[in-house]
Ligand binder design. Sequence first.
Ligand code: NAG
Length: 202
Amino acid sequence: MNRGLFKIWQLLILFDSIQSSMEIKYEFIMEDERIFTACSDEPPQTLDVHGLLDFSENTFDMDESGVTISGNTTIIWDIQPSDRVQLAVSVLYFDRGTWQPTTLNLMYNDFCKLLFDQNQFWYDSFTKHIINSAEIKEKCFRVKGTIIMFETYSVDLIFSIGFPLKNGRYKILYRFTAFDKNVKRPNDICFEIRGDFKKLRN
Ligand SMILES: *[C@@H]1O[C@H](CO)[C@@H](O)[C@H](O)[C@H]1NC(C)=O
C-alpha cells in the first residue's frame, strides 16, 4: 500500500510547465517507504497528510505495467463547507546540508475551484478517476466524512518538467490552508515527499 501511495503522490509533481516544448521526462524516486514526512518546525495544530485523508480503504496493486488503484478515500480534515482552500506546492533542493528553495513553487488560492480543471497537473492522475465527481466537485476537501470513490485505474508513472533539474535530493512540500472568509484556520495540512528526480531516456 505504501508503494502505491507513493506512486499516486509522485504524480502531483506535474507542473504547469508540462506544456513546454522543451519538456524533459522524469520519474520521482522516493527516498524511503514512509512516503509522507510531516513538515518540520510547524506549530502543534498543523496536521500531516493523515489529518487530511484516510487511505485505509484503498487498494494499491503493483505489477510491471504500473500501479492500479481503486477504492474509497475518506476526507477527515475538519474544516467548513464554505471555506476557501489554498494549496501551496514547493520543491526544495538539498544542498550542503540544508534545504534550499528552487523556482518550482506553485500557489493555488482557490484549490477547490480548480480540482476538476483539466489543465491542472493533478487532473489526469487523480481527479479524472473520481466516480462521484459531482459530489466531490461541490464538497472538495471541505466536508469531513466525505468519501471519494475511485474507479480502478492504472497510473502512468512518467511525467515531464519544462526545464532541466540538477541531480540530487529533493523534497516536495504541500501545504493546504483553509480560510473562513479571510480568516485563516489554524489546522493547516503540511507534508513532504522526499526523493530524487530520475531523468528518463526518450
Ligand atoms: C465505497 O463507498 C461506497 C459508499 O459508502 C460503497 O457503496 C462502496 O462499496 C465502497 N467501495 C469500496 C471499494 O469499498
